[in-house]
Design a protein around this ligand. Structure first.
Ligand SMILES: CC(C)(COP(=O)(O)OP(=O)(O)OC[C@H]1O[C@@H](n2cnc3c(N)ncnc32)[C@H](O)[C@@H]1OP(=O)(O)O)[C@@H](O)C(=O)NCCC(=O)NCCS
Length: 144
């Protein structure tokens, strides 16, 4: 993962492309039997937590501050995930405010014996940089 500079208040519009992942790889893992729901497919909450983790990694790398998740928006579960799928989660900076950063997160899977990658979920995750007392803390801009 490469460093993404915080250059001040900015918003980037994301055009979803389901043929190729966008952004920086933040988390890669394999879906395990312990992560299944009552139907035997991967539990949506597990995938959501991998996405939140990926966004948190992105926010930390970008702001170098302790962060908490304040909001998750525009979350779409597009395709199921199965046990054994290789799950890769990518982040793209959407917006940087005074104390918060919004990251577009996409989760993609590679399936055993199948070519290519499949976009399974995407959403926008917002993190707030906090101080030692848990209060919002200004993000220090990094020169580009
Ligand atoms: C995140 C938290 C510190 C924010 O505290 P707050 O007093 O509400 O902060 P503010 O109103 O000053 O907002 C801080 C930033 O968050 C943004 N924000 C607040 N609520 C938001 C929301 N629902 N969606 C998007 N951004 C939001 C504000 O726009 C502001 O961003 P900016 O400074 O870049 O303009 C506080 O709400 C908190 O501790 N929440 C719990 C976080 C947590 O536990 N997460 C894990 C859940 S499992």
């Amino acid at each position: 993962m490469t460093d993404t500079p915080v250059t001040g208040h900015e918003t980037r519009s994301i055009v979803l492309d389901d043929s190729v992942p966008q952004g920086e790889l933040c988390v890669r893992t394999i879906a395990m039997p312990a992560d299944t729901n009552q139907n035997g497919d991967i539990f949506g909450g597990w995938l959501l937590s991998q996405m939140d983790l990926a966004g948190s990694v992105f926010a930390y790398k970008t702001t170098l501050a302790r962060n908490v998740t304040v909001a998750i928006e525009a979350m779409t579960f597009r395709k199921p995930v199965y046990v054994g799928d290789l799950v890769s989660v990518y982040g793209t900076q959407v917006r940087v405010g005074r104390t918060s950063i919004t990251v577009h997160i996409e989760a993609w899977v590679q399936r055993r014996n199948e070519m290519g990658m499949i976009l399974v979920t995407d959403g926008n995750f917002t993190y707030v940089a906090i101080d030692d007392h848990g209060r919002p803390h200004p993000i220090k801009p990094v020169s580009a």
